[in-house]
Design a protein around this ligand. Structure first.
Ligand code: AGP
Length: 612
């Protein structure tokens, strides 16, 4: 998705903006640009299609553009093809207003028609240009200041925006406005920074403001004044970001993804510990008392991608440990299907970024129906976090690689905690069993560490299948839910087509795709289902498949059927999905590396899908 940045202070703005934009590259983009106001108060706008280094070359690393105030942007095309012309910043005529934007202006065509009738013309196909010119229109028509012009535009605009604007007549200010798209504002001494996400400004400050929906702000050097849509000043607390700058760097690993795979023990342990009080899980910390929890009639888990896969695992665990019915829904379906929800239910929206448009919309759909909502998110202050009734923060830290790993593992912990607390508060789980299971969760980090010590086996297997065109992941129960994640990891970063299948379903059609040498990866951690899945794998082998088994130490008979077996430590079967997924993450990673691909920034993908 698009990345926005801004700077106002006493240093040259361009190099800072380019550096900040480089920390947002993971969001996915196809062009970039900056606008800098120089000492003569002229605004220079420089844009380039393609990677950020092209813009950096064009501006000699920013040194060719002088000025201490500026804005910048990396664009992920939504309206209009990737081009320099469509790249941001966008300007009103004679540059009275210059702006960058992340989000989607849904009624931009109508706005363009309105503005065209009033003499405006448009040089780009973007919705952003319409937004910038709408602000300009109100600014001129009412001869009002930036605050009123922006407020009037916000009333007219439908859609999402994180808008950053400079006004010619206000050379020492930057104005911002937000609805639904992410934005943070950092200050330190007499410098102010704006960005879509924390990694962009961590190098400069850890003190940030989170601007809320339908708020705007006037930013000057080291200061931020916030207003609501009525133009009233609103107070804001500074939040200190605890993530260290290097946490957003690679920390010695070749790719963010491997660094984040290695951070999983910590992410799992920190997330679990954040929910414990005196050794017991305490949802009261996030406003969900045991009284509330024990009266929850039904759980609806709504998410996208890997977060949805975490929901699929959680469904089995919650139902088995608490007897509470669980429905798992894709957010993009949920938001349009007019879901029938039980008033005493709980809608759980899982989202690493907390900005996924479909998941945010699903959250709002649930709230409109008066159902309590719980967000499971990784980014503090994200839109989904701020709009849910209750928030369970996964403490995975900044996840930069587009392919999620540590955030997914932390989301599983959230699901397990909910399952245990539902079971315990409903009296389905006795205290001894409840405490035993908490101990099982506390043992997961060390077990993940152990698997990582064995990662070269997966590197070897990845090299063996690196020229394959189709790979199948199969499993039953929790193993099936985990296979979904293994398949996505492989697809999204190695571009090898794969499918996850309930092992028992293969014979209903898909097994016809099995050819000589087709890799079939069977997840085999659920004792009661082990034999059945092994026999499904044997059926594939009879048709030429090359079998890989993922199972627990001790199940050495698996090697009688599978050509290659990788083992994970034993654990309570409700939670062993957290272990089985690790080899699958490593397999996807090594396959991508073996194919020489951009592991952290795979083609066509963005870290946070903030548009529909
Ligand atoms: C997972 O590796 C992908 N990056 C993608 O499926 C992701 O999980 C999905 O887009 C949901 O993102 P969210 O968790 O930020 O809402």
């Amino acid at each position: 998705m698009c990345g926005i940045v801004g700077y106002i202070g006493d240093r040259q703005a361009a190099p800072i903006l380019l550096d900040s934009l480089s920390k947002l590259e993971y969001r996915g983009y196809d062009s970039a640009g900056i606008a800098i106001r120089n000492a003569e108060e002229d605004v220079q706008v420089l844009k380039a299609k393609g990677r950020l280094n092209i813009l950096a070359e064009k501006t000699d690393g920013g040194k060719a553009v002088t000025g201490t105030i500026g804005i910048g942007h990396t664009r992920w095309a939504t309206h209009g093809e990737p081009s320099e012309n469509n790249a941001h910043p966008h300007t009103a005529d004679d540059r009275t207003v210059v702006g960058v934007h992340n989000g989607i202006i849904e009624n931009y065509q109508k706005l363009k028609e309105k503005l065209t009738k009033r003499g405006y013309s448009f040089y780009s196909q973007t919705d952003t240009e319409a937004a910038v010119k709408l602000v300009d229109y109100y600014y001129r028509k009412y001869n009002c200041g930036p605050k009123d012009a922006i407020s009037k535009a916000m009333v007219r605009i439908r859609g999402s925006y994180a808008l950053v604007l400079m006004f010619n007549d206000y050379p020492d200010e930057i104005w911002v406005a937000r609805k639904d798209s992410p934005m943070i504002i950092g200050t330190i001494k007499n410098e102010t920074f704006i960005a879509s996400d924390v990694p962009a400004i961590l190098k400069y400050t850890r003190n940030v403001y989170y601007i809320d929906n339908l708020e705007l702000a006037r930013l000057t050097a080291g200061k931020a004044e916030f207003y609501n849509l009525d133009g009233d000043i609103t107070d804001k607390e500074l939040t200190e970001i605890t993530w260290d700058a290097e946490a957003a760097e690679k920390g010695g690993f070749e790719h963010f993804m491997m660094k984040e795979i290695y951070e999983q023990p910590k992410a799992v342990g920190d997330t679990l510990n954040s929910m414990l009080t005196d050794g017991k899980i305490d949802f009261g910390k996030i406003g969900l008392s045991d009284d509330i929890i024990k009266n929850i009639s039904q759980i609806y888990i709504v998410a996208c991608g890997s977060a949805w896969h975490a929901g699929m695992v959680s469904q089995y665990v919650i139902e088995e440990l608490s007897g509470t019915p669980v429905r798992v829904e894709l957010a993009s379906e949920f938001r349009y299907r007019k879901p029938i929800l039980d008033r005493n239910g709980l809608v759980v929206v899982i989202s690493q970024s907390g900005e996924t448009a479909d998941s945010l919309a699903a959250l709002r759909e649930a709230k409109e129906k008066g159902i309590r909502t719980l967000a499971v998110v990784n980014v503090v202050g994200s839109s989904i976090a701020r709009e849910a009734d209750n928030v369970f923060y996964t403490l995975a830290g900044p996840e930069i690689s587009v392919a999620t790993t540590k955030a997914y593992s932390a989301q599983l912990i959230a699901g397990y905690c909910l399952a245990l607390q539902l079971g315990f508060s409903k009296g389905v789980l006795g205290e001894p069993e409840y405490m035993r299971m908490i101990a099982e969760l506390q043992a997961l980090p060390d077990k993940i560490e152990k698997i990582l010590q064995d990662k070269e086996r997966l590197q070897w297997f990845a090299s063996k299948i690196s020229n394959k065109k189709d790979v199948f992941f199969v499993g039953r129960g929790i193993d099936y839910a985990v296979s979904l994640e293994g398949s996505l990891k492989m697809k999204e970063i190695s571009y090898v087509h794969s499918e996850a299948y309930a092992a028992g379903e293969l014979k209903h059609g898909t097994i016809s795709l099995i050819e000589d040498g087709t890799p079939v990866i069977g997840i085999l951690t659920q004792g009661g289902l082990y034999e059945k899945t092994v026999s499904n794998m044997a059926e594939c082998k009879a048709r030429g498949a090359y079998l890989c088994g993922v199972t627990t130490y001790g199940n050495y008979e698996t090697e009688e059927t599978a050509d290659f077996v990788t083992y994970v430590p034993k654990a309570d079967e409700h939670f062993i999905g957290s272990l089985a997924v690790i080899p699958l993450q490593l397999l996807g990673y090594y396959l991508s590396v073996s194919r020489g691909l951009d592991v952290d920034k795979p083609r066509n993908l963005a870290k946070s899908v903030t548009v529909e």
